[in-house]
Design a protein around this ligand. Structure first.
Ligand code: P6P
Length: 338
């Protein structure tokens, strides 16, 4: 009978160490993991510690900052600065980039949303952390320019979903997508999912979007969602309102997540550097498609976009090939080259 204890726990650190000779990267992922463990503690004790409610400030997105937004942001910034391997940080919660003091400066540049979906936090709905990692350009001491590059230059990306379980999903550029569940008995993220992939047959027919915006969508998006509702094999609607939860379900079960550009938000709502690019890398490397839908006159791949500023927005159409193709077919009916 196998023991309940694993004498050979496959932790995140060990996984990263097995995938790279760059020990600074191992240090970085450890710092990210520590900050997400701290965020886990804060999120799970929010009610007891009276951390619900507003902090009284507004973030770069114009959202009212929650107390947990501010706390989670401080946890990530401090962990990354003191890792000694970062030189510039970009957070959704900070209008300006954070320049790491020279004494702690290193080669990585990290963009993150420390607590994505935090409008859900006071009612205990799942929230998440999303991050993308770049390396300084040769000769750079770390500046915003190191981050204002397309997803082709992103070296790794990940998210953490704080839900019934806490799970970190991570991938290196060009690599497989792996899942690590937080084992609270040892305080470590333990490798639980090898090579996460969309279901080969497209999986469950689930569409995920905020239909409250439907009147503002362009016709192809409206027609695609109408198709999802009326197809011979009808789809189910699932929308948590936390991108991390919706994307995590989409990869594991199948389906499509849409936050398109629309008449009132020509660039969509989500942020390219710390939502679009990291999620697009994960989605593509899990066998899906990460598109902008119609954006600036053409259908684009999210990873091909270059942010012109650290809080640049991008439309998002992400999901399995079967379901994204439904959107593409509608654009094609309107004469759009896909
Ligand atoms: P809406 C949360 O604010 C977020 O950035 C994503 O996590 C989520 O998918 C989306 O915005 C929800 O936006 O407009 O539907 O509330």
């Amino acid at each position: 009978m196998s023991s309940k204890f694993d004498s050979n726990a496959a932790t995140l650190s060990r996984f990263v160490m097995s995938q790279t000779n760059d020990h600074d990267l191992v240090i970085l992922l450890n710092a990210l993991a520590i900050s997400c463990k701290l965020i886990t503690s804060a999120v799970q004790r929010a009610g007891v510690a009276k951390l619900y409610g507003l902090a009284g400030e507004v973030n770069s997105t114009g959202d009212d900052q929650k107390k947990l937004d501010v706390l989670s942001n401080d946890m990530m910034i401090n962990a990354l600065i003191h890792s000694g391997v970062c030189s510039i940080l970009v957070s959704e919660e900070n209008e300006e980039p954070i320049v790491v003091p020279p004494a702690y400066s290193g080669k990585f540049c990290v963009a993150f949303d420390p607590l994505d979906g935090s409008s859900n936090i006071d009612c205990n709905v799942s929230v998440g952390t999303i991050f993308s990692v770049y390396e300084r350009k040769p000769g750079s001491h770390g500046s915003v320019d190191d981050l204002l590059r397309s997803g082709a230059h992103c070296i790794c990306a990940g998210y953490v979903v704080y839900s019934s379980a806490v799970e970190l999903v991570f991938t290196f550029r060009g690599g497989d997508v792996h899942g690590f569940c937080l084992d609270s008995t040892i305080g470590e993220f333990v490798h639980t999912r090898e090579k996460m992939m969309f279901p080969a047959d497209g999986g469950k027919r689930i569409y995920s979007c905020n239909e409250g915006n439907a009147v503002h969508w362009d016709a192809p998006i409206q027609e695609a969602v109408e198709y999802f509702k009326t197809a011979e094999q009808p789809y189910t609607a699932r929308y948590v309102g936390s991108m991390v939860a919706d994307i995590h379900r989409t990869i594991l079960y199948g389906g499509i997540y849409l936050y398109p550009a629309d008449a009132k938000a020509k660039k969509g709502k989500l942020r390219l550097l710390y939502e679009g690019i990291p999620m697009a890398m994960i989605i593509e490397q899990a066998g899906g498609i990460a598109s902008t839908g119609m954006f600036e006159g053409k259908i684009q791949r999210v990873l091909d976009l270059t942010p012109n500023e650290i809080h640049a927005k991008c439309p998002i159409i992400m999901g399995g090939k079967r379901d994204v193709q439904v959107v593409y077919d509608q654009y094609a009916k309107h004469g759009v080259n896909v």
